[in-house]
Design a protein around this ligand. Structure first.
Ligand SMILES: [Zn+2]
Length: 249
């Protein structure tokens, strides 16, 4: 690839929340920034409606573990109405030891993994604690499409287990800021199965992926152009999987 093409290659923000911008008609602030492709996340019916109305191109949708208090009826209704043909994948879904009711969280995660399997979709995860239970469930369901852990911040041992299952990782500032993660980050970068993320909810963080790339360049000695190429290739793979899953139907 030529240097010129590299320079023009975009950053991909694999995980952010654009609902606030869309609700306040501030979508315009996203589009002119041609340097970044934002992959959004919709976590309830209202946010899904906004993403559909504004014609957002790339977005995940799903029920966050914090919603495990919802009734089975509401969960079912949400999942029945999900626009599976429009979303890039199901997310952010997962487990979080800080929220109540581990059992309900497992139920919510499992039912969404089953939908991902049924609709042949990629998945994106929020995982805080309960890692080995999560790994066990992943082995059981064995999803064939791309699986991305967002804001990965667990031990190297957990990383090795997830790695065996072919997981991708989206890297944010939180992972990079913790010096104990160096070994894990080295391994993630050398395997090239990574994305960058802002997890932005507001304008102040919306362009964070540039800072993430700068930190990787500075601390891990990978040129920003190379970072851009790797995430672009991974993004192509993610979308190719999605296209294949649609055409197979
Ligand atoms: Zn998020």
């Amino acid at each position: 690839m030529s240097a010129v093409a590299n320079k023009e290659m975009k950053f991909i923000d694999i995980h952010c929340h654009l609902a606030n911008f869309l609700a306040h008609q501030a979508g315009g602030v996203i589009e002119p920034d041609r340097e970044i492709i934002h992959v959004s996340t919709a976590l309830n019916s209202h946010e899904i409606k906004l993403h559909e109305e504004k014609g957002i191109k790339y977005w995940f949708a799903g029920l966050h573990p914090q919603d495990s208090k919802m009734s089975n009826e509401d969960i079912n209704e949400f999942l029945c109405k999900l626009p599976y043909d429009k979303i890039t994948g199901i997310g952010e879904i997962g487990l979080d030891r800080r929220f109540v009711e581990k059992k309900r969280q497992f139920y919510l995660l499992q039912i969404q993994l089953e939908r991902a399997l049924e609709h042949d979709l990629p998945t994106l995860y929020h995982l805080v604690g309960y890692e080995y239970d999560f790994i066990k469930l992943q082995k059981k369901i064995n999803l064939p499409r791309m699986k991305i852990i967002h804001a990965f911040n667990s031990s190297y041992e957990v990383f090795k287990e997830l790695d065996k299952l072919g997981f991708y990782y989206s890297i944010g500032t939180r992972l990079l800021e913790n010096p104990k993660n160096k070994r894990t980050i080295d391994a993630i970068l050398s395997e090239k199965r990574f994305f960058l993320e802002s997890d932005a909810l507001n304008l102040a963080n919306l362009f964070d992926v540039k800072r993430v790339a700068e930190i990787i360049e500075r601390d891990y000695n990978i040129n920003i152009n190379e970072i851009k190429e790797i995430q672009a290739q991974n993004f192509k793979n993610l979308l190719k999987e999605k296209c294949e899953s649609l055409s197979e139907k």
